[in-house]
Design a binder for this molecule. Structure first.
Ligand code: ATP
Length: 485
């Protein structure tokens, strides 16, 4: 009896353990032998829309790394773009192709946790941490924007953190240069890109063809709001609900603001939404939020993308002034463009070969870079950050706010204690699949994107959800059915 009871008592746990073991075995077996020969896989950290991430140890150097396997990398955009070296941007250490010629493994420096996990814990972040984290996000964003690159998917789970509150921005899966975005206009499957809904700028939700750096500044505002509130500021349940939540809270746009986003149907949607009761940011946030935090938030969460603070301007805001130091805020000295020329028509095989060439080239360059320890050689101003005292040093030197971050108030041990990155419970809804990248328009026509992005005609309510942008017909239907609500 006792034995039975024992089994019964532990049965659920046994099942969980068995399931975990199966899961673990399956996941580890996803790593091929040529990878596990180089990297000892420790545990799975999590799974994103296009791949799995493991914590691993480089068998040769002993360095702890994050190995990300991207499935069907040639169909889905990879994270392998290189943006130069910056202390707040995750470093790509290696790129290895899979034996099946379709997947690739990206090896990144390892970070202990991410901002989503830390916010969820609720008690870890003090005011000074928020300022320091915000400063670093802005610093990384300024760097990307200076090279005309838009990240397009900034959200707390893409802000990796360590115990010293050091930030590294990751997941550049959607990053594009402005030049490339210009070329994409006219290809709706690419233009109506998807990023996690809660952090998406209103102009994107409203189908604007205009992409500006303001898209990232909106997401950065949402991240700040989430840190201040302890949960997502605009947790929209659908694209339309997302717009509703935003319009309920941000100051009413002027007709000129609405015109500025060039959304065909934005004006009518917004007019209807403005009739609803307003809830200001002050009302949404706890009363104890610092006035300068609120002020920065209000200058980021502005409807008109041209009126949002730029990253460079935001770095001068009072909220982050304790950390601001222009000599440690490098810019890219060149414009980033993906190395595959879009105008050259390549077959799939040619494209793959080209990508392999790039990977091999990158590998040898990375090896050279590691040998020289000269990371950031291409970046110019980045060198100053590397050679001088990093931001962390400033924090260590007991300079005002930074001092508090160090004095036992860091995320420290709490980050260690099983606060694994893999915990994806209560994450924002997974990003809808990304549209396939533009390898060369003639090779992959629009129809090729449908499979990757889901059926664009699939509807949730009256709205097309496939690309996270309100469809015109869906909208017209809604306006008709809702009448004057
Ligand atoms: N360099 C890294 N070091 C440690 N953990 C990482 C690293 N890169 C990613 N992770 C973690 O691995 C998990 C999966 O990351 P991934 O970027 O694939 O997906 P995601 O950002 O959660 O979702 P999506 O890619 O769909 O937006 C996340 O928990 C993330 O924090």
């Amino acid at each position: 009896m006792y034995f039975n009871h024992y089994i019964l008592l532990f049965e659920p746990y046994c099942i969980i353990i068995i399931v975990d073991l199966i899961d673990c075995t399956m996941n580890i077996s996803d790593v091929e032998e040529h990878i596990s020969q180089k990297y000892e896989i420790k545990k799975r950290l999590g799974k994103g829309a296009y791949g799995i991430v493991w914590k691993a140890v480089d068998r040769r150097s002993g360095e702890v790394v994050a190995v990300k396997k991207i499935f069907d990398a040639f169909r889905n955009r990879t994270d392998a773009q290189e943006f130069g070296d910056h202390p707040n941007i995750i470093k790509l250490l290696n790129v290895i192709r899979a034996q099946n010629d379709r997947d690739i493994y990206l090896v990144f420096e390892y970070m202990e946790t991410d901002l989503h996990v830390v916010i969820k814990r609720g008690t870890l972040l003090k005011g000074v941490h928020l300022r320091y984290i915000m400063y670093q996000i802005l610093n990384a964003t300024k760097f990307l924007h200076s090279g005309n690159v838009i990240h397009r998917d900034q959200k707390p789970s893409n802000v990796l953190l360590d115990r010293d509150c050091q930030v590294k921005l990751c997941d550049f899966g959607l990053a594009r240069s402005l030049q490339q975005i210009d070329e994409e206009v006219g290809n709706p499957a690419l233009t109506e890109y998807v990023a996690t809904r809660w952090y998406r700028a209103p102009e994107i939700l409203l189908g604007s063809p205009r992409y500006t750096k303001g898209v990232d500044m909106w997401s950065v505002g949402c991240i700040l709001g989430e840190m201040l509130l302890g949960k997502a500021l605009f947790p929209g349940t659908s694209t339309i609900n997302q717009v509703e939540r935003i319009m309920r809270t941000v100051p009413q746009p002027t007709p000129e603001d609405i015109r500025s986003i060039h959304s065909e149907y934005g004006a009518s949607v917004i007019q209807r939404m403005l009739q609803r009761p307003q809830v200001s940011l002050e009302e949404l946030l706890p009363a104890e939020v610092a006035p300068d935090a609120l002020d920065l938030l209000k200058q980021l969460l502005v409807f008109n993308p041209d009126k949002r603070l730029s990253a460079e301007q935001a770095l001068q805001h009072h909220y982050v002034c304790g950390f601001h130091n222009p000599s440690r805020e490098p810019s890219l000295a060149y414009e980033v463009v993906l190395p595959v020329d879009d105008h050259i028509q390549l077959s799939v095989t040619q494209y793959r070969n080209k990508l392999y060439e790039m990977i091999l080239e990158k590998r040898s360059r990375l090896r050279g870079t590691q040998l020289n320890q000269g990371v950031g050689a291409r970046v110019g101003a980045g060198d100053q950050v590397k050679q001088g005292e990093g931001l962390g040093d400033q924090v260590k030197q007991g300079e005002g706010l930074g001092d508090q971050v160090k004095q036992g108030e860091g995320l420290g041990d709490q980050v260690k204690q099983g606060e694994g990155l893999g915990d994806q419970n209560q994450r924002p809804p997974a990003r809808e699949p990304r549209p396939a990248p533009k390898y060369g328009r003639k090779v992959f026509q629009n129809s090729a994107n449908v499979g990757a992005a889901g059926d664009p005609r699939s509807k949730l309510g009256s709205y097309s959800q496939a690309y996270g942008t309100i469809s015109k017909t869906g909208l017209e239907n809604l306006l008709r059915t809702r009448g004057g609500q």
